[in-house]
Design a protein around this ligand. Structure first.
Ligand code: APR
Length: 386
């Protein structure tokens, strides 16, 4: 069988791209290794930034994807028990993000694509791209084969796409931030504002998951295994770090350990294959940019493919990788800057770094220019192929 684009992976990257191409009348087939319940249930990212919402709007998809989702509010950063609010939507000139859990976004994108007659094949085993450096690549999987003009590798960090590129063609960068988070989901009323707490006891955060549940994050120290913590200890630590003795202990319904790491592969293209989203880069959760980078990549690739197919203009395809990498590194820097600020500010083992991190926090609150620069990145920077 033939199609124009084979999309490998039906996560945020793959389903964004599939919908963008469908809306512009470009044929594509999505091959996903897992079943529908798995991809629709995967809880990870939770914020569509203002820029990403504008991208969906350009394709008439904003209502489907973000309709009814709560808007971002002020953010509370509690420094040694003293609350400080930062009004991100105001500082960005009225460009609030939306709180949309990843699984909800993926569910909505899958429904929209299928309603539009899209071809999405779940449980596709042994997906393998061939002939990527030729004019007509093929993608095989158990029981099927597709020939196409372009392959979009949207299959996440562990996918097959990046691994199909000869090693000597890629430069990869990995960075371990040396920070571990223990995260618990609990039946505990949502905080008034999304809350991050910085103190000598270590970083902690509390975010709403609906009105009656919260997701908490606690930094743990190297060598510790927080999965062994009794729940009572977790609640004691949260009360201490959040500076809230009254925080009610609720039932803990999920526990997970998150290690903060970053990864970038360059270039994001090989022959007729283009890497999109986590297949090319992973970023820490600080700043909530992972899913938004995936959406921006998908947008640029859709524009480049449409220009090549409709107008015979291949310039966008050549510009894809450099344009995406430029944003990726910009966001990696932002995420690292943010992580250093809230983690080092509570770390007594390095007093000089702690003072620098506290100075960075002060600047964020005291300087309108610094606040605006922060809010601009939170809202999402411009997405162009130029
Ligand atoms: N063949 C087909 N599909 C595959 C294969 C394969 N060999 N390997 C992986 N997949 C599928 C996975 O099952 C998953 O559904 O590709 C999809 C990749 O999705 P993600 O890992 O979510 O990556 P991406 O779409 O790039 O989204 C990145 O979402 O989860 C967040 O933190 C992440 O915010 C970032 C963004």
């Amino acid at each position: 069988a033939e199609t124009t684009v084979v999309i490998i992976g039906a996560g945020p990257a793959g389903m964004s791209l599939a919908n963008f191409l469908q809306r512009r009348g470009v044929d594509c087939v999505v091959l996903e290794a897992r079943d529908r319940a798995y991809v629709e249930g995967r809880q990870r990212a939770g914020i569509i930034d203002h820029r990403a919402e504008q991208i969906f709007a350009e394709f008439g998809l904003a209502e489907q994807v973000a309709g009814g989702a709560p808007l971002e509010t002020s953010l509370e950063i509690r420094v040694d028990g003293v609350p400080r609010l930062i009004d991100v939507p105001e500082l960005s000139g009225g460009r609030p993000s939306r709180l949309v859990p990843q699984q909800l976004m993926v569910q909505r994108l899958i429904r929209s694509f299928l309603d539009g007659g899209g071809d999405l094949r779940f449980e596709a085993r042994d997906v393998t791209p061939h002939g990527l450096d030729g004019d007509r690549p093929r993608v095989t999987y158990q029981g099927g084969e597709l020939s196409c003009s372009y392959v979009a590798g949207c299959d996440g960090f562990h996918g097959v796409s990046r691994r199909s590129i000869p090693e000597e063609e890629l430069t990869t960068y990995s960075f371990d931030h040396g920070i571990g988070w223990y995260t618990v989901l609990a039946d505990c009323p949502a905080p008034r504002y999304p809350l991050m707490a910085v103190s000598r006891h270590g970083f902690a955060a509390q975010f709403a998951r609906g009105p009656h549940a919260s997701r908490f994050y606690l930094q743990y120290r190297p060598g510790e295994d927080p999965r062994q913590w009794p729940d009572e200890h977790t609640w004691d630590e949260l009360r201490l770090r959040l500076g809230d003795e009254m925080l009610p202990a609720g039932r803990i319904t999920g526990r997970e350990v998150v290690d903060m790491r970053s990864f970038v592969a360059e270039p994001m293209a090989y022959g007729r294959m283009f890497l999109v989203g986590d297949a090319a880069h992973i970023i820490t959760p600080m700043g909530a940019k992972g899913m938004n980078l995936a959406i921006a990549d998908a947008y640029l690739l859709a524009r480049a493919i449409v220009a090549a197919e409709r107008d015979g203009d291949a310039a966008g395809l050549a510009a894809y990788s450099p344009a995406c990498l430029r944003r990726t590194w910009d966001y990696q820097e932002f995420s690292r800057w943010y992580a250093e600020m809230v983690h080092f500010a509570g770390d007594d083992s390095e007093p000089f770094r702690r003072r620098l991190a506290l100075a960075r926090l002060d600047r964020l609150f005291d300087s309108p220019a610094a606040g605006a620069a922060f809010a601009d990145l939170m809202a999402g920077t411009e997405v162009t192929l130029g």
